[in-house]
Design a binder for this molecule. Structure first.
Ligand code: ADQ
Length: 447
């Protein structure tokens, strides 16, 4: 069997390779582990040099990492503006905040062509290629134009909206035509597959999308959670709660994660159930991401204000209802926090999957599991029916779910957790990668 060649916008830096954070990196690490593979993408560095550079190579275990640098201008137009200022909100159904400029699309295509130019000399005839995420929609077509005959699969980690939304994008037709160059396209949910295939049909293109929900490595996360219960940070958190229930929120600072809506729901809980006042702490851990994009900076200001307001309005001299952090927390400490949490609040307005929901389930103990509150609009919802399901726009619904979560009997928590845990252990990141690659290898090469 030939090599697996993975292409993603970012390639993990050396220190992240054995302990990656985030779904794409964990899933792909499992796929490349033990097989001869090449992982190609951006280094995370900026260059001021002209374009004579070639990819830098280094090998770790069975995988060779090949990285290129981008100029500041490429980073701005390709990554910040077109990928994260336009495609991200569009795919999360937020057409009100998209900002389309032809120059951004032009540079997006140029960077995809650059990826193709730099990758082609590294390829062998019997390689199988697996391209990841919305930064690289046109890459398959660019590779075909350069004569690459290998199988090329694509996986989209974020949602995909129906044609009625997608067609808002002035370049939608061209992008879809180019996406048809992939032999197989994986998406997270049945709904995403239906939407994407609907877009292909509307443009007389063949259907390519099949759903492959991504998972985590539940054994590893559970071990980290168990081992870190005694870690200093986890012990300090536990002691500081003084017997209060811990409600945990863990998300990148992103408007798709529904953090203001969640905090509003928590405030409604404090108002609606005053008998529980003083008995809970919401720990919201939200490291800053994409700070170069204006809508993310505005969200940060909004959250700072909300958290301050709630603590001022509802807190007391010996109790703050919300602890809101924007620093990032090491993954193993986070696993320990998940372990001791009584409730996880996972309330995205839209999410491709949402791995935090799965990590919470993996981290909990069978003896005394906590309750998962999950948005029905997360990609994880169809698989995690035994969560307390909420509509993230319904703050009263969130308030009721928090109340249900903190008062739920042990038997019910165990019953729900066992069902959730079964699914999380059945559909792991490794299974996800295997299923996708197996179908890709069986798919006929498209011309
Ligand atoms: P993300 O939008 O990044 O991923 P998510 O699936 O929740 O969202 O994955 C986030 C990862 O980062 C989790 O592993 C989580 O533990 C970690 N993380 C979050 N906050 C952290 C913190 N404060 N400190 C350390 N680690 C933190 C995209 C899509 C998702 C999809 C994944 C994988 O948006 O819908 O599930 O890809 O396909």
């Amino acid at each position: 069997m030939g090599r697996l060649v993975v292409v993603s916008n970012r390639v993990p830096a050396p220190r992240e390779r054995s302990q990656p954070a985030g779904g794409l990196a964990v899933g792909v690490r499992d796929a490349v582990r033990g097989t001869e593979s090449l992982w190609f993408g951006w280094s995370g560095r900026h260059t001021t040099q002209s374009r004579e550079q070639t990819a830098k190579l280094d090998t770790h275990e069975s995988c060779t990492y090949a990285t290129i640098d981008l100029t500041r201008s490429e980073y701005e137009h390709f990554y910040e503006k077109f990928s994260n200022g336009l495609l991200w909100p569009l795919c999360h159904y937020r057409i009100g905040i998209i900002d389309y400029k032809r120059i951004d699309y032009q540079v997006y295509r140029e960077v995809n062509a650059l990826f193709a130019d730099q990758l082609v000399p590294l390829l062998r005839e019997d390689d199988t290629l697996w391209v990841h995420d919305y930064h690289l929609f046109p890459l398959g077509a660019k590779l075909r134009r350069r004569g690459i005959k290998a199988k090329i699969g694509f996986f989209l980690h974020i949602p995909f909206p129906p044609w009625s939304v997608t067609r808002v994008l002035p370049c939608a037709e061209e992008m879809l035509r180019e996406m048809a160059a992939y032999d197989l396209i994986g998406v997270q949910t049945e709904e995403d597959a239906r939407n994407m295939n609907g877009c292909f049909e509307a443009n007389n293109l063949p259907n390519r999308a099949v759903h492959f929900p991504i998972g985590i490595d539940p054994v590893e996360f559970n071990e980290q959670a168990e081992q870190n219960v005694m870690a200093e940070e986890v012990q300090r958190l536990q002691a500081s709660l003084r017997g209060r229930k811990l409600i945990l929120g863990v998300d990148r600072l992103d408007y798709s994660k529904g953090i203001p809506e969640r905090i509003h729901g928590y405030e409604t809980f404090l108002n609606r159930y005053p008998e529980h006042k003083g008995e809970t702490v919401l720990l919201q851990i939200t490291p800053v991401s994409r700070a170069g994009v204006a809508s993310y900076r505005a969200l940060r200001r909004e959250l700072d204000e909300m958290a301050g307001h709630i603590n001022a309005m509802h807190g007391n001299f010996d109790w703050s209802p919300i602890r809101y952090l924007t620093q990032s927390v090491p993954r193993e400490v986070l696993a320990g926090f998940h372990r001791i949490a009584d409730v996880a609040l996972v309330t995205p307005l839209r999410d491709g999957m949402n791995l935090v929901a799965k990590e919470f389930v993996a981290a909990q103990s069978a003896d005394d599991p906590g309750a998962l509150i999950l948005s029905s609009l997360a990609g994880a919802a169809p698989e995690m029916e035994q969560a307390l399901m909420v509509n993230p726009y319904d703050h009263e619904g969130i308030a009721d779910a928090i109340h249900a979560g903190i008062t739920m009997s042990l038997e019910e928590r165990q019953r729900r957790w066992q069902a959730l845990h079964y699914d999380v252990t059945q559909n792991t990141a490794a299974n996800w990668a295997d299923r996708f690659l197996e179908m890709l290898r069986e798919t006929e090469r498209q011309e």
